[in-house]
Design a protein around this ligand. Sequence first.
Ligand code: SF4
Length: 198
Amino acid sequence: MSLPSLRSLLAVFKPAHPPGLPHDGRGGRFVVVIDCVLNQNVRDQGAANCPAMNFEILRLCHEKGIGIMQMPCPEIAALGFKRQRPPGISIRQALDTPAGRLACAELAASVVGRVVELSEQGFTPLAVLGGNLRSPGCAVHPETSSLGAESGIFMLALQAELRRHGLDLPFRGLRDASPDGLAEDLRWFGRLSVVADA
Ligand code: SF4
């Protein structure tokens, strides 16, 4: 294919430039993602599902021109890398204490501060991508399409903080513990990014 025709083909597929943003290569959209999606090393003992990262979501974001904001792991922020807690206490129980909820709220405030700052610059946050159904910090239950009592302690804090700033983003877990669940979640994100394109 000649260079001019390749250029015209690329121009067709390039998303319209977001109004108000600098005229450079940026697409103006981003998704907010939990730490372990991009770095499985932060997971608790026995909970990692692959050596490094969820490459499928990276590929999808790359194809759709969507940036990724990675949030620090809330379990590590609240309990340390070893998830230290008294014997017989689950990670969820340890997070669901005044100290655990405070650590999650502080982390949520820091993340949302960044989301708000980028939003004010004209960038569009598309969604929050959380974790598996049993994650104490980051569970999101797709069948409810909103957060509930079983959702991760950090996800609940994050949604409350986002709403406090007038941002009502969709939440979705990336269920990498279940191939079928993960495929469904990736299809959901693919559809979301197309709707956001329209
Ligand atoms: S708390 Fe969240 S970010 Fe940390 S390992 Fe669990 S799912 Fe990943």
